[in-house]
Design a protein around this ligand. Structure first.
Ligand SMILES: Cc1cc2nc3c(=O)[nH]c(=O)nc-3n(C[C@H](O)[C@H](O)[C@H](O)COP(=O)(O)O)c2cc1C
Length: 244
């Protein structure tokens, strides 16, 4: 049996366990119900792991990813894995060559973008606001606590922002680019945020995750919630979660 088929068979078995568990919950005692719930949680965690494995076993072609990418605004409560979060951020601004070139092009290689992630529901990663460091491909914690609801309020109440497992916020430091290119540099920064965002969307699609890019938000409120420095301006919020 191929690896894909065996993974699919395991997924079907897990789904059967889930359904059996749900059906069995009604007439049984509290303790039996609790133990079935624990089994369900374990099965769910395994399902998530297998989903991620499937995405790596059979990588989709670029054409398939472009065709599949859609704005998805409804998510399940299942957590993302830390690995998946890192893959999304790497796709946005990861360094791919020794001189510091990144996954997305940048006018004059000046790299004006900064990536933040508001973590709400990620395995082994505490809720909080983190900054992505492309040089080390690592996260550093800026602020503890789940800010997704505040971010959703700042995004004109959009529920996808609160319901997503994470919200990636892309900020720009304009002067890194305008110092060289003058006011035309502003245009370059806006073009660059599109490059980075599309990379993140395609990575999310490759990982079988739901993703939506959000442009409707109050800049000052988002900057404050994230804890940005005064020279940073938030340009995009990208919500990501497991698809329903
Ligand atoms: C610059 C920009 C801003 C957007 N802002 C929002 C937004 O605030 N809320 C939202 O739900 N979708 C937002 N979207 C997603 C669009 O609604 C979506 O791309 C469009 O409906 C086409 O659907 P598709 O992405 O599935 O192809 C935005 C997209 C872009 C490119």
């Amino acid at each position: 049996m191929s690896k894909n088929k065996s993974v699919s068979t395991m997924m079907l078995m897990l789904i059967a366990v889930l359904l059996f568990g749900m059906a069995a919950c009604a007439p049984v005692s509290d303790s039996e119900c609790n133990s079935l719930r624990a089994e369900l949680d374990t099965a769910n965690a395994e399902l998530n792991r297998l989903r991620a494995e499937i995405a790596t076993v059979k990588p989709a072609s670029l054409e398939e990813l472009l065709r599949q990418r859609r704005s998805i605004r409804n998510y399940t409560d299942a957590p993302l894995m830390q690995e998946e979060v890192m893959k999304l951020l790497w796709a946005g601004q990861g360094i791919t060559v020794a001189w510091g070139g990144r996954t997305a092009p940048s006018a004059g290689a000046l790299y004006p973008l900064e990536l933040y992630v508001a973590v709400g529901n990620v395995e082994n990663l505490a809720p909080g606001v983190y900054r992505y460091d492309p040089r080390q491909n690592k996260l550093s914690l800026l602020k503890e606590g789940d800010v997704r609801k505040s971010l959703a309020l700042a995004s004109l109440g959009q529920s996808s922002v609160a319901d997503a497992a994470i919200d990636i916020v892309i900020a720009a430091v304009y002067k890194r680019t305008t110092a060289k290119y003058g006011s035309r540099g502003e245009r370059y920064v806006h073009i660059e945020v599109g490059h980075a965002a599309q990379n993140i969307c395609l990575q999310a699609t490759a990982l079988d995750l739901g993703v939506v890019t959000i442009g409707a938000f109050e800049d000052a409120a988002v900057a404050k919630i994230i804890g940005m420095s005064p020279d940073e301006v938030p340009l995009y919020v990208i919500s990501v979660g497991r698809m329903k």
